[in-house]
Design a protein around this ligand. Structure first.
Ligand code: ADP
Ligand code: ZN
Ligand code: ZN
Length: 817
């Protein structure tokens, strides 16, 4: 009997590939282990075994695997099942899911290696100088990397030499797989045995009486040793003694100290548990009871709790119960809400049982969290992470919390898999017969709909913790204010007065402006021209800080212009406004106060976001201006006033979810006001103060918003009544994109009739010189999702076979947000 394995490769291939293995290998190998396999002409890839079996492939000859990379499975059976669900639901390949699911370090990369041909006949006199050098080196060591050949010959282009040697059949190029993950080894210092006695110690200090620095190190070592029994790291000792590593080295050389190494987790917690008890108030008690009761019958529950009502405390209690049962818990958050504030809060209660999985972590840190979850054994932990944490190798998962479940950032946009972590979490939980709790102050219509129709359980918290009142919301009609000349820049007299009062009280202020940059566009008052990006169909944005015009899509930028680029008039001005302009105006209005700004431009880098939050918490900033980054679950103690600079550009966004989103955003920013004793105040500036959404925000009327928006969704055939699949076509050729879109739309219309919308140009139809066109498919509730997708897939397969459209890429997005 022959033996085979089916392999998932980290590539966008529709199928698994079958490789042959020996009988012994078949006894050893299991699904979930990694193997290196040859693929294509000369590549070697890391693949995951999906199945070990005896069925020879019908259409091709199975090649043997190259190498076994694991002794035990790295990927669990549940993960494989989950990957396959994601691939089929979100219409992508298992290989794409694999890429998203595993830290890069697990997917080994291949690199070219030069080796001597075994039976090579080498006639030295026929070799050129550089060829000789390479051959000589290879006679001394069995292989060289391309990089090493470059160093050897001291030049960058070594391929010609290698090509000559290959032509002479002297060397071969092969691919070798190497492991990238490196465990972190920390250097520790201890005293050499010779000096351990009291006498020896005194003698040592005497000896060093002239070497001040070295003596300092030794003294510090003793005082550390006296304080605790923990090993002393080289870094710690250096820092304490204020010396460099060379001082330490010379002490090691003198045999006074010894170095040793310990392999450590990068993600370890050595703080203390500072919180032992959670005492619920009556509302939390009731909501907690509702959740537990709903879990008796249903697998998912929605917790609708106003901002600062104590939802997080309820999560903590539920997580604690699950950990006590010996199961793991997953706490999912939108990336941006994953702050040290929250991590500290969890660690204060659960100590080292908290694992954090963050996309800003280094690859090695992610590998460690992965291993930690995989090997949890009898020490289950709670993992807190953003959307990709659903791909961790859980063993015994008991609970998933999806906090801020309404957030669109749970959906991955690019690349595939374009999954929604909230929805996928429900499926994942079901694999483990675990429960899912979704929480939000402003639930998505979809989740609220599911709760209203008894698909999900439901619990509510309608009061803030500690009887703090919900903030008072006031709407300011800025059209009226403009007419009466009561505007200073973008500030109404009302807003300015409230800001002044808050500052006088020593309180902090948050101002929300949903656009970054200084002002979106520069416009000529003579001819109306505004500078455009040459690569994208958008106007360039003015950034005062760098005095540039920039494209937010491709990064193109030019210097700020003094004259119109079309008619050369110097009568040009900026239209619209962003965070930067608000910041500038504030600096002029309140020169004695510190103004901070939080948007994509100021939060770059690993700790950029953290830094601004910490500065604000430490009262180093009086007024913080920001985009929607400000809305996410932050708990600031000293903020009582929140201003929304302009509600209208949220409401006017061309998207069927714009109204729901605006409601959520405004209520969430409003929620940052008055979280402690004093009642907070929120001012919303708008040109349309009577807009129903603004009215609903001002009265905290979620139910009203839900009812009205749901009716619209029903009328216009949108979720939750219809499911959506969006196809985006793109290519560098405008007419090819158009023709291809027409072809696909027509094929779809033949089957799905009026439920196909488009093809249509998106609001920005050209990005980086690629032309985009969209087609939307609406799927009624009574139509089989599986069948619909398989029809769509067939259409796409036929499309891909048309050579004229080869340059057009089709991106499929299931449940776009
Ligand atoms: P939410 O998650 O709904 O925004 P939080 O859980 O952050 O609300 O609670 C708001 C504030 O009230 C936090 O500072 C929290 O520490 C406090 N709080 C909530 N519930 C309790 C409780 N049962 N005991 C003590 N403090 C609580
Ligand atoms: Zn002009
Ligand atoms: Zn551009």
């Amino acid at each position: 009997m022959s033996h085979f394995v089916d392999i998932i490769l980290p590539l966008p291939l529709d199928n698994r590939f079958t490789y042959s293995i020996s009988k012994d290998e078949a006894n050893f190998l299991q699904a979930g282990m990694r193997v290196a396999v040859p693929f294509g002409k000369s590549k070697v890839y890391t693949g995951i075994i999906a199945e070990v079996h005896n069925r020879a492939p019908e259409v091709y000859e199975a090649k043997p695997i190259s190498q076994i990379l694991d002794e035990i499975p790295l990927v669990t059976a549940q993960q494989l099942k989950f990957w396959s669900w994601i691939a089929s639901y979100y219409m992508c390949t298992e290989g794409e899911v694999m890429r998203a699911a595993l830290p890069g370090a697990f997917i080994l990369e291949s690199e070219s290696i030069v080796q001597l041909q075994k039976e090579a006949e080498i006639i030295e006199s026929e070799l050129k100088d550089d060829e000789f050098l390479v051959v000589e080196a290879l006679q001394n060591q069995s292989s060289l990397k391309i990089k090493e050949v470059e160093a050897l010959l001291d030049r960058k282009s070594v391929l010609p030499v290698l090509n000559r040697l290959m032509a002479k059949d002297i060397v071969i190029l092969s691919q070798e797989i190497y492991e990238q993950y490196k465990p972190k080894r920390v250097k520790y210092i201890k005293l050499h045995e010779n000096h351990e006695s009291e006498d020896a110690m005194h003698q040592l200090l005497d000896e060093l009486s002239r070497a001040h620095k070295q003596r300092e190190v030794v003294l510090n070592y003793f005082s550390l040793k006296a304080k605790n029994t923990k090993p002393i790291s080289a870094k710690e000792l250096q820092k304490l003694a204020g010396v460099t590593s060379s001082t330490l080295k010379s002490l090691v050389k003198k045999n006074i100290f010894k170095e040793y190494y310990i392999t450590e987790d990068r993600v370890s917690f050595d703080g203390e548990i500072t919180r032992k008890h959670i005492e619920f108030n009556e509302y939390q008690l009731k909501a907690f009871g509702q959740i537990k009761a709903s879990f008796e019958e249903k697998t998912v529950c929605l917790l609708h709790g106003v901002t600062s009502s104590g939802k997080t405390e309820i999560y903590l209690k539920l997580i604690e119960e699950v950990l006590n049962e010996g199961k793991q818990a997953l706490y999912l958050l939108p990336e941006i809400a994953l702050t040290t504030q929250l991590i500290n809060r969890l660690q204060a209660y659960f100590g080292d049982k908290v694992l954090v999985f963050h996309s800003k972590y280094s690859m090695n840190e992610r590998v460690e969290v992965y291993q930690n979850v995989l090997n949890a054994g009898d020490d289950p932990k709670v993992v807190i992470g953003a959307r990709s944490a659903i791909f961790l190798p859980f063993q015994k998962l008991g609970l998933i919390i999806v906090d801020e479940e309404h957030e669109a950032t749970f959906k991955q946009y690019d690349p595939a898999p374009r999954y929604h972590a909230r929805d996928a979490a429900v499926v994942l939980a079901n694999f483990f017969e675990a429960k899912t709790l979704m929480g939000s102050a402003t639930p998505s219509l979809e989740s609220y709909f599911n709760a209203a129709h008894n698909k999900y359980g439901f619990a509510e918290l309608s009061r803030r913790f500690g009887n703090v009142l919900m903030p008072e919301i006031e709407i300011v009609d800025i059209k009226e204010k403009h007419r009466k000349k009561r505007m200073t820049g973008h500030f109404s007299d009302r807003l300015l007065k409230e800001i002044e009062e808050s500052l006088a009280e020593g309180e902090q202020i948050i101002l929300f402006q949903n656009r970054r940059g200084f002002s979106p566009i520069l416009e000529c008052n003579t001819c109306g021209h505004s500078p455009q990006c040459p690569n994208c169909d958008v106007s360039l944005t003015y950034h005062s800080h760098s005095n540039q015009l920039r494209c937010h899509y491709c990064g193109y930028h030019i210097a700020m212009q003094q004259r119109c680029m079309a008619c050369h008039s110097d009568d040009i001005s900026t239209k619209g406004f962003g965070t930067e302009q608000i910041e500038t105006e504030l600096k002029a209005l309140f020169p004695k106060h510190k103004i901070g700004r939080m948007d994509q431009d100021t939060t770059r880098g690993k700790h950029g976001y953290e830094k601004i939050i910490t500065a604000f918490e430490d009262l180093e900033i009086d007024i913080l201006v920001g985009t929607q980054m400000l809305t996410k679950g932050l708990d600031f103690r000293n903020v009582n006033l929140v201003g929304v600079m302009n509600a209208d550009n949220l409401l006017n966004f061309p998207d069927f979810r714009a109204h729901e989103r605006s409601f959520q955003l405004m209520l969430q920013v409003a929620g940052r006001a008055g979280r402690t004793k004093k009642r907070g105040k929120v001012l919303i500036q708008s040109y349309n103060p009577h807009h129903q959404i603004i009215q609903q925000v001002s009265t905290n009327d979620y139910a009203g918003m839900y009812k009205e928006q749901l009716q619209e969704r029903y009328n216009y055939k949108y979720p939750p009544y219809f499911r959506l699949v969006r196809l985006s076509l793109k290519s560098r050729d405008f007419s090819k994109t158009n023709e291809a879109a027409d072809w696909i739309a027509k094929a779809m219309q033949n089957v799905f009739k009026q439920h196909v919308l488009g093809p249509e140009f998106p609001p920005v139809a050209r990005i980086r010189n690629e032309y985009y066109k969209n087609i939307m498919l609406k799927i009624p509730q009574n139509q089989s999702l599986g069948k619909t997708k398989s029809v769509l897939k067939k259409i796409l397969i036929s499309f891909n076979a048309i050579s004229a459209y080869r340059s057009v890429r089709v991106i499929v997005n299931v449940d776009p947000v």
